[in-house]
Design a protein around this ligand. Sequence first.
Ligand code: AMP
Length: 283
Amino acid sequence: MRVFRTIPQVRQELAGARRDGRSIEFVPTMGALHAGHLQLIRTAAGSGGLTVISVFVNPLQFGPSEDFEVYPRDLDADLALALEAGVDVVFAPPAAEMYPSGQVQTRVEPGPLGQILEGDHRPGHFAGVATVCAKLFHIVGPDRVYLGRKDAQQVAVLGQMVRDLNLPVELVACPTVREPDGLAMSSRNRRLAPDERREASAIYEALQAAASHAEEGEASAARLLSRARRVLDQHPAVRVQYLEVVHPQTFEPVDTVSSGALIVVAAHVGSVRLIDNCIVGTA
Ligand code: AMP
């Protein structure tokens, strides 16, 4: 496994691999790797190409009052996990390598899909995500990019960017990896105190309550949401920011679920903000 901190060095390495006829399989991350990331990496590594990950906590996608400063960082642990999971190349640039003047003048602005739900509660977040991904895609030149469905709206935003800007990459969306009690794995989970960690599992319990009601044949979004609410109301430590049933591509709220519809949630537990989703539209 080789580790690069600069753009010219990683470009040179990947150009060599491409000349040798290897495909580039790319997993962008912000580090603090966990089993969710490792699943993406193993899926990428299983394709037979060169497996590349980036480890970069992107300042552009954090709002001024968000957790950029306290976001977990542990590059040594990440490198050990990456090696074990079969990574060939790690690109871990310092912020000054990605943003030499501290900022970017040119941004990718995702449009209405980037303004709702996550985009509504985190203004500028998806422009930050899309901009750093556009940069990383140009630096790495991947054939395929592996993304987690845990961040379902992010997958949709990046899919739209790839289509709108004709980027020659295929996005591969992978299932959400969960803790044994159902909590979606997240780098932010390690910032939960033990009692908060226990309460946080109510988020998944609520989504599951809605999903099993949908499986019983309930198609009304309002009734599915009230099932989920009933669970969350028993856990006041989980402070819901949004809870919606949405269309899987537009992320606009729906009244009646159809195939692929998602229940999406964002909630604070203590000072940690968590998001999750699951499919409720099975028909
Ligand atoms: P992050 O480091 O949080 O930016 O995540 C990097 C990638 O890993 C994104 O595509 C995430 O959606 C994905 N990811 C994070 N957590 C999980 C999880 N629990 N299951 C599957 N994918 C995940």
